[in-house]
Design a binder for this molecule. Structure first.
Ligand code: UD1
Ligand code: UDP
Length: 439
């Protein structure tokens, strides 16, 4: 198989690394396209080095720009490559502009798309990432979702459960594969030369709604200035550095002894840093996942999240940009052991670090069954015919589908929505399904 991976930013490189490794391990042909959205060494090349990734076959060098221009340039470049290279499948990851550009172009060329980390929803369409996620899902063929919650999001939007696979999040693979290597090689903690190693907050921030809004930025920075009982390590995203400087906030913030601003840090050093932190304070998507994977409490500087599992599990609190709430919660973690332990011991909802293997198994199976193709459906009338029934038979989803020639779309069991995986027993459930006997 010829498998194309499209990526363009730091988190995509990190989360696609295990998938790329697995493609190579199975000796498929890898076609790697970098859109060039992130181009600083600290935001891109260093991750290829740390994660021992091959050089991209193509770099489209789109650079920075408005969303429309950046996405259009990516589409233009990706289309040329896909037309000449003709991969069997295109893989995109997450919710950046590369995801939307890659999925849209590939789908229109009738090349099937696998969306890694599909189905996440913040339900906040003012976020560019929400548009990217929804757009990419519209153009995908296989959905690799991290959790049952994201599978249900897609099922509710009408995507067919047979195309949706709960694989966990590949960030857990990356974390687990690299933590030991990082602990053996990184000198970051010594290099930081801190007076206390038990009070480290790793702080990152780059979301438009925080860094482009002076009031929100001031409120967050104001809280951090007062958190003097902590050592706050702030590997600064280039976007955030620019806005802090433009708003005249950078100098005073940087001068405080408990604030340690660094360039963006390479993955291995960063893994060690976050694993040694008492709190991760962030508006990053990936860091909310890594925090719960590494048993570090997360305080998320947002009022919503497309990672609600971390909140319901108890490992993540949405503190928004509210100065008092940030201060109160951070101090509670430092001073209330029970509160800290409860957050720290929240169960990781993102799987056991085996996502890439599952993703490749599913792609290979789909390819071998001849399902990696895009064609018109035989009968769309069945799609209009959705029925609902209470089931009292002792039967699994898969046996029910075979016996009654149906497709189960969603299950309600014990007053909860449940994603219809094949071996789910649906006795005493209400089932939403398509009846294929109607032509
Ligand atoms: C992008 C993604 C976001 C993701 C984040 C990961 C979109 C819409 N946004 O946001 O979802 O969470 O990456 O970090 O795709 N810049 C540099 N050097 C670089 C890259 C960027 O200086 O290597 C500066 C430029 O001034 C640029 C700004 O950062 O205008 C923003 O970069 P951009 O890629 O547009 O968005 P991110 O905020 O990085
Ligand atoms: N990260 C890193 N060095 C840093 C900051 C972040 O290696 O200095 C990693 C972090 O571990 C996570 C990813 O970058 O895996 C998150 O990237 P970012 O916050 O830019 O994007 P998001 O996840 O919000 O899309």
């Amino acid at each position: 198989m010829k498998i194309c991976v499209i990526l363009g930013t730091r988190p995509e490189i990190i989360k696609m690394a295990p998938v790329i490794d697995e493609i190579n391990r199975r000796s498929h042909e890898l076609l790697l396209i970098h859109t060039g959205q992130h181009y600083d060494k600290e935001m891109s090349d260093n991750f290829f080095l740390d994660l021992e990734l091959p050089k991209p076959n193509y770099n489209i060098h789109v650079g920075s720009g408005s969303h429309g221009k950046q996405t259009a340039l990516m589409m233009d470049g990706i289309e040329d490559v896909l037309i000449s290279e003709k991969p069997d499948i295109v893989l995109v990851q997450g919710d950046t502009n590369a995801v939307l550009a890659g999925a849209l172009v590939a789908q229109k060329l009738h090349i099937p798309v696998g969306h890694v980390e599909a189905g996440l929803r913040s339900f906040d369409v003012s976020m560019p990432e929400e548009i990217n996620r929804m757009g990419a899902d519209c153009c995908s063929h296989l959905y690799f979702v991290p959790t049952e919650e994201s599978a249900i999001n897609l099922a509710l939007e009408g995507y067919l459960p047979k195309d949706i696979f709960i694989t966990g999040n590949s960030v857990v693979d990356t974390c687990f594969r690299n933590l030991k290597i990082a602990e053996n090689s990184s000198t970051i903690i010594d290099d930081l030369n801190l007076d206390n190693l038990n009070n480290i907050i790793t702080f990152t921030m780059h979301r438009a709604e925080n860094v482009d809004d002076k009031q929100r930025l001031q409120s967050i920075i104001g809280a951090l200035m007062e958190l003097k009982d902590f050592n706050i390590i702030f590997p600064i995203h280039p976007r955030t550095k620019k806005t802090l400087e433009n708003f005249g906030l950078y100098k005073k913030f940087e001068s405080l002894p408990h604030i340690h601003i660094t360039k963006p840090i390479g993955y291995l050093d960063f893994l060690v840093l976050i694993s040694k932190s008492i709190i991760i304070l962030t508006d990053s998507g990936g860091l909310q996942e890594e925090a719960i994977t590494l048993n570090v409490p997360a305080l998320t500087l947002r009022y919503n999240t497309e990672r609600p599992e971390t909140v319901t599990a108890g490992g993540n609190i949405l503190v928004g940009s509210d100065k008092d709430y940030i201060l109160e919660t951070a101090n509670k973690i430092l001073n209330n052991e029970e509160f800290y332990n409860n957050m720290k011991n929240a169960k990781n909802p993102y799987g056991d670090g085996n996502s890439a293997v599952q993703i490749l198994d599913i792609i290979e199976q789909s390819y071998n069954n001849g399902d990696l193709s895009i064609s018109s459906p035989d009968n769309i009338m069945t799609r209009f015919n959705v029925k609902m029934h209470n089931i009292d038979e002792d039967i699994t989803v898969s046996d029910f589908e075979k016996k009654y020639n149906t497709t189960v779309r969603l299950v309600y069991k014990d007053d909860k929505m449940v994603f219809p995986v094949e071996d789910l027993n649906i006795k005493d459930s209400t089932v939403l399904y398509n009846d294929y006997s109607i032509k």
